[in-house]
Design a protein around this ligand. Structure first.
Ligand code: HEC
Ligand code: HEC
Length: 254
């Protein structure tokens, strides 16, 4: 037990302590124009196409297009990604559209649409929430011939990491079942399967390198193809709620 703890200590990574800026007041982002964000999301702006045409009407993403779920993702994370696409710090290697989309918006537009996407999905409750969880239908994917992983093995990596290979538990940064931790660690639970696999490979191979202090690249480099399929299979189905508490975290917000 003692060696276990000692090893765990060296394998775990201390999450950055960030002095959170008071971006939220009553669950709302200060200084964001939600109506403008909603208009951009649904109708686009200038040359920028409507976000819902690829990310889905309610922002839950689409495995056929390789697009991620955006509904309910952390506000700061979304804003940072849009800024990173706009400055070419991150390249869209899936459809090669997001850099142009982000550049077509002003910094205020990016803030507005990020705030709007963060607010999406908060109104789902009970059965609606389960229906709208946004994760992929793993049975349908498997039936259509997509290579899937083993959920139970993914669960072990998410919750405990792998001490022998010095892989930290994903939840040590991303929170319970990858439900996200403000402001740095995005929500990865109930994210689309195909998108998770693609990003983990990009981060492993350096095609995506916009993560602060290479924190995520360091982890991704330790993952095998099998690990990636396993964690993605688990995470896409992993609910935000904990046993005995059916409220999603945002429902606890004032
Ligand atoms: C033509 C399809 C398309 C349209 C239209 C589109 N996106 Fe995307 N978006 C993508 C794809 C594909 C990705 C994954 C890119 C990658 O591999 O990095 C993505 C990724 C993103 C991400 C990164 C998410 C994450 O978890 O890191 C954000 C944020 C985003 N899009 C926001 C938007 C917004 C806001 C709009 C509307 C202004 C929009 N998208 C319009 C296809 C699209
Ligand atoms: C040391 C902290 C840390 C650990 C541990 C960690 N991550 Fe991350 N991860 C991050 C950070 C920070 C980002 C955000 C990168 C950015 O801002 O662009 C991230 C981003 C991601 C993304 C991209 C999300 C998106 O929407 O594009 C995925 C997928 C991911 N992590 C999966 C995992 C998995 C799976 C594990 C466990 C095997 C894990 N992470 C462990 C810090 C961590």
């Amino acid at each position: 037990m003692r060696t276990y703890l000692k090893k765990l200590g060296s394998a775990s990574v201390v999450a950055l302590s960030i002095v959170a800026t008071p971006a939220f007041a009553g669950g709302k982002v200060t200084g964001a124009d939600y109506a403008n964000g909603e208009a951009i999301f649904n109708n686009g702006k200038g040359n920028v196409p409507a976000c819902n045409s690829c990310h889905g009407a309610t922002g839950l993403g689409d495995d056929n297009l390789g697009t991620p779920r955006l509904a309910g993702q952390l506000y700061q994370y979304l804003q940072k990604q849009l800024d990173d696409y706009a400055s070419d710090k991150r390249q869209d290697t899936t459809m090669f559209v997001m850099n142009a989309n982000a550049k077509g918006m002003s910094a205020q537009d990016r803030k507005d649409v990020a705030a709007y996407m963060n607010s999406l999905g908060r109104t789902f409750t009970g059965k609606d929430l389960q229906k709208a969880s946004g994760g992929s239908d793993v049975k349908a994917l498997a039936a259509s011939g997509v290579e899937m992983g083993q959920s139970h093995l993914g669960k072990v990596l998410v919750n405990f990491g792998d001490i022998d290979r010095n892989i930290p538990a994903c939840m040590s940064c991303h929170g319970h079942n990858g439900r996200g931790v403000d402001p740095l660690y995005p929500r990865i639970g109930e994210q689309k399967f195909g998108y998770l696999v693609k990003q983990l490979k990009n981060l492993r191979e350096g095609a995506r390198a916009n993560d602060p202090m290479a924190q995520m690249q360091v982890v991704a480099r330790k993952l095998t193809d099998e690990d990636i399929l396993n964690v993605a299979t688990y995470l896409t189905q992993a609910p935000q709620t904990t046993i005995g508490n059916s409220q999603i975290p945002v429902e606890h917000l004032p």
